[in-house]
Design a protein around this ligand. Sequence first.
Ligand code: VGL
Ligand code: ZN
Length: 203
Amino acid sequence: MKALIIVDVQNDFIPGGALAVAEGDMVVPIINQLQAKFDFIVATQDWHPADHGSFAANHPGKNIGEFIDLNGVNQILWPVHCVQGSQGAEFHADLNQEKWRAIFQKGMNPQVDSYSGFFDNNRQGDTGLSQFLKENGVEEIFVCGLAEDYCVKFTVLDGLEEGFKVHLILDATRAVNIQPDDFSKAMIEMENAGAVITHSVSI
Ligand code: VGL
Ligand code: ZN
C-alpha cells in the first residue's frame, strides 16, 4: 500500500506567513491533484505552544537564524510560527482535506523541536505515524509539502530509517533556505539516504 504524506501546508509557511517559504502556495494545487491518485493520505501539522524553545523571541538577545543548544540538541532559531490555535497554524484554506485518514501534530513539547512527522529532533517523542502506517499495511510513502529543507527532509530521512520505501515529490515541495544551499544540501542528504526523487506527473 502507498501513502501520501502532506507535510505542514500551513498558513505560516505560505508567502505572507510568519515563516514564509518562497512559492509555498504553489504546492497547494499540485498536492490537491496528487490526492486524487492516493487512497491513503495523512497530513502533519506543526503545532507549537507560545513558549516553544525554537522561537528566537523566547531567547532574549538571540536572533532568528542563530543557533543555540536546546537541551543538548543544536537548534536554529525561528520566528514565532504555527502557534496552537492561531490562524497561522491552520492548513491553507484551498488544501483539500476530505480524504485524510489522520493528522499528526508535532512540536508540542516546548523543550525540543520536531521537524519530522515521525519523531522529535532528540528522537524521544514519537507521533505514532510509523505505527499508524505499518498497521494499515503501508510500505511505500510519497512525501510532499513544506519545507523541503526542514520538515520534509526529516520526514523523508525518518521514513527511510523506519523501513519505508520513500519518494520525494519534487514539484510538490519548496525550501525555506534560511541558510544558503539548504535546498541543495537537503536534496543530496535525501538521495544519499535512499530516497527516490520523483515528479507529480510520474505518479
Ligand atoms: C518547519 C521550521 C520550523 C517546517 C517547521 O515545516 O519545515 N520549519 N518549524
Ligand atoms: Zn516549527
